[in-house]
Ligand binder design. Structure first.
Ligand code: CAA
Length: 307
């Protein structure tokens, strides 16, 4: 049987693969996207002492990202055991820009733009043009799109892989490390070491299949809960109560869908459906209409609950 790690290592390393960086040598990190995940990734790297450059396409996005970072670091002081001084130091390590050209000196870039393939492909094409070091690692936080397609948008597919964090990134310890068939083994090892040794997270290795491990299991569950709500089996609070009290989950499925963002849940479900053609991944009419209506969960103020 083929395992995730043999899937990744089966890829032939190109003869001209750069000598991989050691994880501790990665000091300059770029994050693309100022949404919930982008801001979270910037926070995680800044708290690990890295110089972080956060890029969004516009000033409004940057202001939102900065606000998210400040709020979350405030939570970290209250809940996560960091001091006010550590919060200030982390904030000072993050700089902001609206142009990806600012990434020319980055050693690791984490892409966290919305789950639209065309947008991600555009970002990877640009990163390939602007990031100068051949040993820099270009990572996507995609939940469900094929990593290999993003890799092929660059002239350095060996340096491209998935690093999939979980929301809220500063709190949840897991990162899925996803090598594509073209990922250089050295780059994959460096990225995994960065996750564990520098960021202090736990890594699992997953093959380049839509949903990797977590979302392949989680999304059918969330979609089923939404269908259950839509069919009127039970109201939202009771569905969530069932899973928090009955199975000791920290959040029920509808509250979790609101946290992830209903647009993201729908995008991942569609990508899974595209890959596997399983009815369990089909987006229900209610989820579709909520996304069309801008009812996206926490980030828009209204989803299955009001925020
Ligand atoms: N640093 C920064 N923020 C912290 C923190 C820390 N060390 N510790 C807590 N916080 C934040 C919490 O995130 C929470 O933020 P909000 O106010 O925005 O909700 C706030 O401080 C309050 O924290 P509490 O400890 O009071 O909250 P809690 O005990 O209810 O924990 C939670 C909140 C961590 C979100 C918890 O409910 C939880 O783990 N829920 C499950 C989340 C989950 O399953 N996420 C995975 C989603 S799937 C995904 O992300 C992948 C994908 O591709 C879709």
């Amino acid at each position: 049987m083929t395992t995730a790690s043999t899937t990744a290592s089966e890829a032939a390393a190109p003869a001209d693969a750069p000598v991989p960086l050691a994880a501790g040598e990665i000091r300059r990190v770029g994050v693309v996207g100022c949404g919930v995940m982008g801001a979270g990734l910037a926070e995680v790297c800044a708290r690990a002492g890295r110089d972080v450059l956060l890029v969004s396409s516009g000033e409004a996005g940057l202001a939102r990202g900065r606000g998210r970072l400040e709020r979350s670091l405030g939570n970290a002081v209250r809940k996560g055991g960091i001091s006010d001084a550590e919060r200030e130091e982390a904030l000072a390590r993050v700089t902001y820009a609206t142009d990806l050209g600012a990434f020319h000196d980055r050693q690791l870039v984490l892409e966290a733009v919305p789950e639209h393939e065309a947008t991600k492909l555009r970002v990877f094409r640009t990163l390939d043009e602007v990031v100068e070091a051949p040993d820099a690692i270009l990572a996507t936080n995609t939940s469900a799109l094929p990593v290999i397609r993003l890799a092929r948008a660059t002239r350095r597919p060996g340096q491209v892989l998935g690093l999939h964090f979980f929301n809220p990134a500063p709190v949840l310890p897991l990162v899925e490390v996803v090598g594509s068939l073209l990922t250089d083994e050295g780059a994959r090892r460096t990225a995994a070491d960065f996750v564990t040794q520098v960021l202090g997270k736990q890594a699992i290795h997953a093959g380049d299949r839509s949903g990797f491990v977590v979302n392949a299991l989680l999304i059918p569950y969330l979609v089923a809960a939404i269908r259950m709500y839509e069919a009127g089996y039970a109201d939202a609070r009771d569905i969530d109560k069932a899973m928090t009290l009955g199975c000791s989950h920290p959040m029920g499925p509808l509250a979790l869908a609101d946290l992830i963002g209903l647009d993201t849940v729908a995008a991942i479900a569609r990508a899974l459906y595209e890959e596997f053609r399983e009815p369990a991944h089909a987006v229900s009419p209610m989820l579709s209409r909520m996304v069309d209506g801008g009812l996206l969960g926490r980030k828009s103020g209204q989803g299955f609950y009001t925020y």
